[in-house]
Design a protein around this ligand. Structure first.
Ligand SMILES: Nc1nc2c(c(=O)[nH]1)N[C@H]1C(S)=C(S)[C@@H](COP(=O)(O)OP(=O)(O)OC[C@H]3O[C@@H](n4cnc5c(N)ncnc54)[C@H](O)[C@@H]3O)O[C@H]1N2
Ligand code: MOO
Length: 338
């Protein structure tokens, strides 16, 4: 047995000669011509400095060629592509990149999103009173947008004032502007007039989906899109899941999830000519449609795992429905609740 041991991260040791052994720490480079490593608990050095394999080692108490030596290049070879282009940069990806010697990674950044919550009737705290209601979307949108991969750069309340909305949108340098409310044609619904004034290109102007039929998507500048979510809270969620999600995913160069279906446990009443999105809870291999699914309600979606896509005319019990998973139920990226 050599006197001096070998430690990880230290200079290379001279080759071992026939019959020679050296103490070695885990992770240290084996000296050239090493046959095998014997774990310390499986060997004993006698008082003449000779190494013996002890009975503690598993039968047959011999040392096999290469045992406990980790050869170079087991996981990858120089020039190997470790992951395909477009892979999400998760914590293990960062660790692996560092282990492989990368100092920098080229990545598509999270799209930046500014949120403007419209409506003079909205309260920021306390109980609803005198026709004033609590703003449900200011608290709901930022963590949901983060769960969809956005970096939320601002959340602002904007009164029912066309000039204020125009200034808020034109001053924003976010990749995505999300507005809530004001998408309809009422006296204080300013989203359409402001988009016209900006010269925005309307890419989606209403959909045949309930709730959420007035949702819209516009290009407000060369590198900026606006998602106009309806004011009714569940209608806003509908636009979030069907317009904001694909937009943010595309801007972040992430692939779409595979569509999937499950049978509905109960019947769902359909809309005569629009598709409905109905909050469901996943129970085993069935989706249970939840009550309190009206456009102004959040009680159903608050208990849901997914939204079921119900075609015009409705669905029978046991009928398959496509499901749109909610980000936390599917463990999506950046899921964040604060
Ligand atoms: N003449 C018509 N009126 C409406 C129609 C229609 O087809 N024709 N559609 C209705 C539907 S459906 C929806 S959805 C809403 C969408 O309108 P807006 O996007 O202009 O939304 P608002 O009028 O601003 O608000 C609607 C409703 O939601 C409440 N609201 C708004 N913001 C919030 C918030 N942050 N938190 C909680 N609640 C909010 C607001 O007080 C209204 O009650 O249009 C219908 N009208
Ligand atoms: O689109 Mo409206 O949301 O049906 O409530």
């Amino acid at each position: 047995m050599r006197d001096e041991g070998v430690l990880a991260g230290h200079a290379a040791h001279p080759p071992l000669t026939d019959g020679e052994a050296v103490r070695i720490a885990t992770g240290a480079r084996t000296p050239p011509d090493t046959t095998a490593v014997l774990r310390s608990e499986h060997g004993r050095t006698d008082d003449k400095g000779r190494l013996h394999v002890t009975a503690a080692a598993r039968p047959p108490h011999t040392v096999s060629h290469g045992q406990d030596i980790r050869p170079r290049g087991q996981e990858c070879r120089s020039g190997d592509q470790l992951l395909p282009v477009g892979t999400l940069v998760t914590p293990p990806v960062l660790g692996m990149a560092a282990a492989a010697g990368y100092d920098t990674l080229t990545a598509v950044p999270r799209p930046r999103a500014d949120v403007f919550v419209l409506g003079d009737e909205l309260l920021g705290e306390g109980m609803p009173h005198d026709g004033l209601i609590r703003d449900a979307l200011g608290p709901l949108l930022p963590p949901w947008l983060r769960a969809l991969g956005a970096e939320v750069t601002a959340v602002r309340r904007v009164g029912d004032d066309e000039q204020a909305l125009f200034e808020a949108i034109t001053a924003s340098d976010a990749d995505v502007v999300v507005t809530t409310g004001g998408t309809a044609a009422g006296p204080v619904d300013h989203v359409h007039p402001v988009l016209r004034r900006i010269g925005a290109e309307l890419l989606v102007d209403g959909v045949n989906v309930r709730p959420g039929h007035p949702m819209l998507l516009a290009r407000t500048a060369e590198n900026q899109h606006l998602v106009g979510l309806p004011g009714n809270p569940l209608a806003a969620v509908s636009g979030l899941v069907t317009l904001a999600e694909p937009l943010l995913r595309t801007l972040a160069a992430r692939p779409a999830l595979e569509p999937y279906t499950l049978p509905l446990r109960d019947a769902v009443q359909g809309h005569p000519y629009d598709t409905r999105l109905v909050p469901v809870s996943l129970r085993g291999d069935r989706a249970l449609p939840l009550l309190y699914n009206g456009p102004a309600m959040l009680r159903g979606i608050a208990a849901a795992d997914a939204l079921a896509v119900v075609a015009p005319g409705g669905a029978r019990p046991g009928q398959e429905a496509e499901l749109l998973d909610l980000p936390w139920a599917s463990g999506g990226i950046g899921v964040c609740f604060t």
